[in-house]
Design a protein around this ligand. Structure first.
Ligand SMILES: Cc1cc2nc3c(=O)[nH]c(=O)nc-3n(C[C@H](O)[C@H](O)[C@H](O)COP(=O)(O)O)c2cc1C
Length: 325
């Protein structure tokens, strides 16, 4: 089932936006065609943007990574936004700018509120969504403070607003579903980013960073004995062994091909560990055939299985370690 995030764009103390987001969520939760969750930007206190452009899906700050994981887990969005000075709140724009691939090829609808229903904020959001490759549906819900809120603060929407909300939700769900085939590209970028993280962690000899990339119950058919390494500790022991041999480690991946399915992805290519040994000898290493199986667990792609191998020479029974891709 697809998942729609209801993004609450106001974090202001005393905000009325939480009442509107709750109204959207309660109505949406009655539907059986999608899962819905509120993404409250108060739960994501992002700094003013300090990230490089997020086209690779790799982020420096763990606050960005947590936000990216939440956005990545959604197939579409309903933005609940007030209007501040004829525009969307700065906190919402900052959140939109923080990540990129996680928004791409998804659908969105707008529920806005303000003096004139927040329509100018919603129209501005449409432009930003265009830049983020988010397809926005035309029907909107606009909630004027004067008619839909008692004393401009207590949310009391007219019944006709429910019909408008239902129309918006129908379209957001339909478009989010229809765009699903395009989101394979986003998953592939995320997986390539994960493999870049493996390379970086190996170069940094960082076992803790590597731990984040494997599932706890990973089964690894590594090039080294035994036949299999079961669990992340066993896998990390193998990398730790590499780190004891090498003073300086490098890792190269070539000819990487990735195929993505629903929640599952397979990659294959050629990998080579090289570097400088503890005794100062420069080791070119050998090329191995590498296969990775990723699963999406808790919004993150992790390796659940990998194998690294060399072909063997039938006559001698020995592994062939001098082949080049
Ligand atoms: C800084 C600021 C600027 C505002 N500018 C507008 C505006 O241009 N147009 C409008 O309709 N309402 C405007 N309002 C009124 C807000 O829409 C209204 O206060 C609303 O409750 C804000 O949403 P929130 O309570 O969820 O933060 C503004 C409010 C603030 C705080």
């Amino acid at each position: 089932m697809i998942k729609i995030g209801i993004v609450l764009g106001s974090t202001r103390p005393g905000r009325v936006g939480d009442q509107v987001a709750r109204w959207v969520h309660e109505r949406a939760a009655r539907r059986g065609d999608a899962g819905f969750a509120v993404i409250d930007l108060r739960d994501h206190p992002l700094p003013h943007l300090e990230e490089p452009p997020g086209f690779s899906g790799r982020y420096e700050d763990e606050r960005t990574r947590a936000f990216a994981a939440e956005i990545a887990a959604c197939d579409g969005f309903v933005f609940v936004t007030p209007e501040y000075n004829h525009a969307m709140p700065g906190v919402l724009k900052n959140a939109l700018d923080h990540v990129h691939v996680e928004w791409n090829s998804k659908a969105a609808g707008f529920v806005s509120y303000g003096g004139v229903g927040g329509a100018r904020s919603a129209e501005q959001l449409r432009l930003v969504c265009g830049a983020l490759q988010v397809a926005d549906v035309a029907p909107q819900v606009t909630l004027p403070l004067v008619t839909e809120f008692e004393n401009r603060t207590l949310f009391r929407p007219g019944d006709h607003q429910l019909a408008a909300l239902d129309t918006l939700l129908d379209l957001v769900v339909a478009w989010s579903t229809a765009l699903a085939p395009l989101r394979g590209g986003e998953a592939e970028a995320a997986i390539r980013g994960r493999l870049d993280e493996v390379v970086e962690a190996l170069r940094a000899k960082d076992l803790e960073a590597l731990r984040q990339i494997y599932a706890p119950d990973v089964v690894s058919f590594d090039v080294e004995p035994p036949l299999q390494h079961v669990g992340v500790e066993a896998k990390l022991q193998n990398w730790a062994k590499v780190f004891t041999f090498f003073e300086k480690v490098d890792y190269e991946l070539r000819d990487l091909t990735i195929t993505v399915g629903a929640g599952l992805a397979v990659g294959h290519g050629f990998g080579r560990v090289s570097g400088t040994l503890k005794n100062g000898v420069v080791a070119d290493g050998m090329w191995v055939r590498a296969t990775f199986v990723f699963r999406k667990l808790g919004g993150e792609w992790v390796i659940v299985h990998d194998q690294a191998s060399v072909p063997f020479d039938m006559a001698s029974g020995r592994g062939v370690v001098d082949l080049e891709p």
